[in-house]
Design a protein around this ligand. Structure first.
Ligand SMILES: [Zn+2]
Ligand SMILES: [Zn+2]
Length: 138
């Protein structure tokens, strides 16, 4: 599946070679602070072309990940995992990806009580994520 993602102002275009139509949700406090709510992310791997690099600002959000935003419009562009260099892009940046499935909810135990998804997904708690990935946040 080939799709391109654009920020609000259009200065940055992200073109992953492959995207996984099974997207993930993160309920951790960092993602909720970043986006104002739970973060819906498409796993895009490492084979990704980014046009408009001069507008991309990356910052260290944790010891294991960087986050990027458009310096012109502020749209959140991706999280990059330092160990694998793979990136996850917010679902909403893709204008028309067909047949998406919410497959996983990360940090399910950190989800505040004021929202709840009825989607049938896998879930991982902070303890399960720490055991699996060896880190506490994304
Ligand atoms: Zn922009
Ligand atoms: Zn998160």
């Amino acid at each position: 599946m080939s799709q391109s993602a654009k920020c609000l102002c259009g200065n940055v275009t992200i073109m992953p070679k492959n995207i996984n139509p099974e997207f993930t949700v993160c309920h951790c406090s960092m993602c909720r602070k970043w986006g104002g709510g739970p973060l819906f992310m498409m796993q895009c791997g490492t084979d990704v072309t980014v046009e408009g690099q001069e507008f991309v600002t990356e910052f260290d959000s944790s010891p294991w990940a960087k986050r990027a935003f458009c310096s012109s419009c502020g749209t959140h562009l991706y999280a990059r995992f330092k160990q694998t260099n793979s990136i996850n892009v917010p679902v909403g940046l893709f204008p028309k990806v067909p047949e998406l499935t919410m497959s996983m909810q990360y940090f399910s135990d950190l989800k505040p009580k004021y929202y709840c998804f009825s989607n049938n997904t896998e879930e991982m708690t902070e303890a399960e994520i720490m055991a699996h990935f060896g880190s506490a946040d994304s």
